[in-house]
Design a protein around this ligand. Structure first.
Ligand SMILES: [Zn+2]
Length: 299
């Protein structure tokens, strides 16, 4: 796997900004505003419905507004819980699978003419089946021998709602028969006054979830492949940085094996480990969504 730290010029030229935080903030603000309007209308209706006592300058009626504060404080709990209650449901139902390299980029090359770009397709096909068996929808960044750019691959993930991203590599190093998960280090928040997240920092808000996902997948890999690490490793993997979703790189060792069959034997275990790791991660990937909205429906 090549770790490319530099942000591509293409990404900068796109000037694409993500609004992840803004969307969350906007939803919350909108709901608060709607709730406020609803309560005010309810309070007005209550006070208008109250019979007005005859008043005179000498004997002023109790101010009708005294009813409003108590109705305001009672209203939220009793009146409209179904509209204001937030539900936390797993947002995860899509896995974007990225067989790295492809086209003229062969990736690592090893014994018996083993090419990383070809072998990852074999692994990806099996990972896809294992994920589908667990009920996930799988989106591939490539299925044939083409080579989408880093940004094209990230864009596939960033276009999904409630996805995780897994990029697959075969290393030219490492103990043969082991597998490692990589996640990016923390990305400092942007200084942008509008709280927009630049394309090249898209992973920023997801780093914590990515580390959790990485550890869970690594744990499953370690069960099946002795000598693998017990937790995910941190590395500035270029592909992950532009991905606005929990994202990991899985690297299998290695293209330097005596026989291609040694790699092929790892395929079922890798597929099962990734699928089981994502299943274990699923309950942790929750987004607050208001009940009764399309986003609040169980996937
Ligand atoms: Zn690679």
């Amino acid at each position: 796997m090549r770790q490319e730290i530099a942000v591509s010029r293409k990404a900068l030229r796109f000037g694409i900004l993500l609004h992840v935080r803004d969307v969350v903030r906007y939803r919350t603000t909108l709901l608060t505003a709607l709730l406020g309007v609803g309560l005010a209308l309810a309070a007005m209706a209550t006070s208008q419905a109250k019979p007005q006592a005859p008043s005179s300058p000498a004997n002023p009626a109790p101010a009708p507004t005294t009813a409003a504060p108590s109705s305001l404080t009672r209203q939220p709990a009793a009146a409209a819980p179904s509209q204001t209650q937030f539900v936390s449901r797993s947002a995860l139902n899509i896995v974007v699978l990225d067989p790295a390299h492809g086209g003229i980029d062969l990736g690592a090359r090893g014994t018996e003419g083993i090419r990383e770009s070809e072998v990852v397709l074999v692994f990806a096909a099996e990972v896809r089946k294992a994920l589908q068996a667990q009920g996930f929808q799988v989106v591939m960044t490539r299925e044939g021998n083409d080579n989408p750019s880093f940004d094209d691959r990230s864009a596939r993930a960033n276009a999904q709602h409630g996805a995780v991203f897994v990029t697959l590599h075969i290393a030219s190093t490492g103990l043969a028969g082991t597998a490692r998960v990589y996640v990016v280090p923390d990305i400092p928040p942007s200084n942008d006054a509008n709280a927009l997240i630049p394309w090249d920092r898209a992973q920023g808000p997801f780093v914590g979830l990515s580390h959790l996902l990485g550890d869970l997948v690594q744990e499953e890999l370690a069960k099946r492949f002795r000598g693998s690490p017990s937790i995910a490793q941190v590395a500035p993997v270029r592909q992950l940085r532009t991905t606005a979703a929990p994202a990991i790189a899985v690297e299998i060792s290695s293209v330097i094996v005596p026989e291609r069959a040694d790699l092929d034997r790892m395929v079922p275990g890798v597929a099962e480990a990734i699928a089981q790791g994502i299943v274990a991660f699923k309950p942790s990937y929750v987004l607050p969504v208001p009940a009764g909205t399309p986003g609040g429906k169980q996937p």
